[in-house]
Structure formats: C-alpha cells, structure tokens
Design a protein around this ligand. Sequence first.
Ligand code: ATP
Length: 437
Amino acid sequence: MGKEVSMDTLVNLAKRRGFIFAGSEIYGGLANSWDYGPLGVELKNNIKKAWWKKFVQMRQDVVGLDAAVIMNPKVWEASGHVATFHDPLVECKYCHARFREDKIDATKPCEACGDKSGFTEPKQFNLMFKTHLGPSQESGTEVYLRPETAQAMFVDFAQVQASSRKKIPFGIAQIGRAFRNEITPGNYIFRTREFEQMEIEYFIKESDWKEQFENWLKLMHEWLVDCGITLEKIHDLEVLKEDRAHYSSRTVDIEFDFPFGRGELYGLAYRSDFDLKNHQDSSGKDLSYTDPVTNEKYIPHVIEPTFGVDRTILAVLVSAYKEEEVDGEMRTVLSLPAHLAPYQVAVLPLMKKEELTEEARKITEELSNYMAVEYDETQSIGKRYRRQDEIGTPYCVTIDYDSLEDNAVTVRDRDTMKQERIAITELKKYLVEKISL
Ligand code: ATP
C-alpha cells in the first residue's frame, strides 16, 4: 500500500490504458508532444469542468471568458512579454546542445554528450512562438501565439465589467491553450511547448490585496483537496523578492513532489495595477473603474491564481496511483476522486449470455443519462475488475443470474472492494449520491 509511483510506471499505464500517448508517434513522434487518448480526454475535461464549476459557476463574483489565442501583437509589447519573456540559453561548446542556464549546473559535463568543454555565455531567448497572419510574410504581419491566457482578461476588462455589471472585487476566469517555445521541455507532460492553463484575474482595491491573497491561497488548497492531490507532497514556496517580477509584492509558487523532483504546480501572484495600467497607457483606452457608491475612480489591482491543466493531471495521477496486495496478488488502483474518473461506473454482465447482456445494456443506457458509464462484457469478471481498478472507475455494477429473479445487482467499491446488493430501481439514486462531490 502507498508505493511511490515511478515515472516509467505511470507513463506505461497511461499509454496502455489510453490516457496519454506520444504525439505523432507513427512518424517517430515530435519532441515532447503528447496526445490525450480516450480516457485522458475524459480526465482532462472533468478537471476543467470541476475547476469551472468551483471558481466560476458556484461564485457570483467571477465570470468567464474564452478569448482568441492570437491577439494584436501590441498586447505583448504592453505586457512586457516582447522585451522580457526570456529564458537564458546556453550551448554546449562541443555538441551544441542547448539548455536553460538556470536549469543546469554549468560546472558539470554536458548532459547530452558528457563532454567537459563547458558552455557558451547565456543568450536571452524569447519564449513566444511567432507566426504570420495571412498569406504574406512581410514585416507587420508577425503575430504571436499567446504564452499565457492572462492578458485577454486585462485587455477585455472594460467590456467584461460593463456587460456583466460586476463590482470590485470580481474576477475573470479563462481556460485555454498557451504556447511557449521552451528551451528544454521534458518530464512528460510537466513541461511542454503547448499546454493548457486555468487562470483567474481577480480585480480588487489596492488596500485589500493582503487579505485577498490569503483568501485565494486557501481556495487553491481547497481545490487541491477536491482533486485528491496528496497534501504532504505540496509545498508553498514564498518567492524571494529578487526572483519576483518587479511589480509583484508577493508571489507564492505551489510546488508538488513529482517523481522526478519538486516542481511548480500552480502560482499565485499579486500583480498590483501593472497590467491594466500598461494596457491603458498603450491603447489610450480608459481601463479604470468607478466605485458606484463612493464615485472613487481607480485602476484596479489584481490577484492572479494560475493553474496548469497538464501539471494538475500529472499530480492527480501520481496521487491516485496505488499498488496493493490482495489475496497474494498485486493489484494496481487509481483512486481518483469519483467526479474526475473517466468512467464513474462500469456495467458488467457476469457472463456473456444474452439474458444478462440484454439487462446490462438496459442498465448502461439508463445510467448513461446521469454519469459516464463503460459497458464491458469481455474476459473474466476478475480481469474486468482489475482493468476498472487500474483506470480509476469507482464503482462496478455486476448483473448475474440472480438479478433476473430478484431485480438487484452487485455494486463493487473500487477502494474497499466491498460488494453491496442494490435493487435496480434504487441503483441510479444510489450511484448519483456516491459520485457527487
Ligand atoms: P516554470 O518556472 O516551471 O517555467 P512558470 O513560472 O514560467 O513555470 P507561469 O508563467 O507561472 O509558469 O505559468 C502558470 C502555470 O502554467 C504554471 O504554474 C504551470 O502549471 C503551467 N505551465 C507553465 N509552463 C508550462 C509548460 N511549459 N508546460 C506545462 N505547463 C506549464
């Protein structure tokens, strides 16, 4: 029980069961690109759905946004990304492999070739992907793929505020893809060049920032618990002044002990009024807010909680993975929270006999209106239970010959392996109660 999972084990399970595959594999892959398979896309969608529900739908003070990936390039000038979204790049003098200077020990041999010739002086490498808009490649058509979702919340601030009639404090949330031409992507889905973020820009009065910061830190921890992420592996790192962006008076990196070491899972930053002020100055548009009670006019300050979707998936999988011995045999279990599991229920006829499969299909169809159900009639019942354990399905419903007489089925709990007999008429209610958060 409680065995630490290695990356190899996790990557293999994810591939074998259809959570995550190497991208473009039949062409030899594309460095560090990953595709979410049939189970992975369900897990990913469930994480995004749970996040949206918690931080947007269940709150009256947060509204959503779904902005374009390609924005006017002036956005990235005003935000500071063109001038400063750099990582220091060094090159091995022997094999010319490139590394992020702050991620290697330059006194050691090159990780790629083992040579000791050393590295070049660091050059600043901008992480934004460039492309051209329209058919011409002339200057003036150059645009960027967004490196974060955040800027749209600032650029659209006035429109969102006016149309939603929200009063400070309020937030704008967005889930979407971001692109960074990382010098050294790696560690599976931890660092890729294309990934998804879930971000909130929470607009406040400057005087409230300390209280709001603490509040959001608490909410981020609540979210970790909702996801079943092991809290003993979570560490809040107060980012030192010299490592913080100059406009931030406080940044906390929420780190997680991944199998390859500790790394940033989420971030929480107080961004002052830096972004709105810069966009107001650059665009010439008024991005201030007028308090309807006091008539005070000011540029709101911002607290930014940011969550990586892919890193969440990795932390959720690491936290959920268990191997345990049952009756002298090892079983692998993904103890995913029910609301995140790709399938909440598996419906299994005890044998592939028409009387049983017909009833099982009927039950599958009925339950599918309310939850994600997998129907499986292949292999022995033991093997089917093991498969469901390994993909994290919290409940298995088995239809046997007695079911045809007593109109009841056996419900097996993934974690305790306890079995209960439940009347078919009660089944939907029983399961809905079990799987709701
Ligand atoms: P790092 O220091 O690891 O490069 P960062 O501080 O640049 O991360 P942020 O700019 O704060 O990251 O991005 C917000 C969130 O987006 C991160 O907390 C992380 O969850 C996610 N993220 C950032 N870069 C990547 C990436 N290359 N691949 C996957 N997720 C990422």
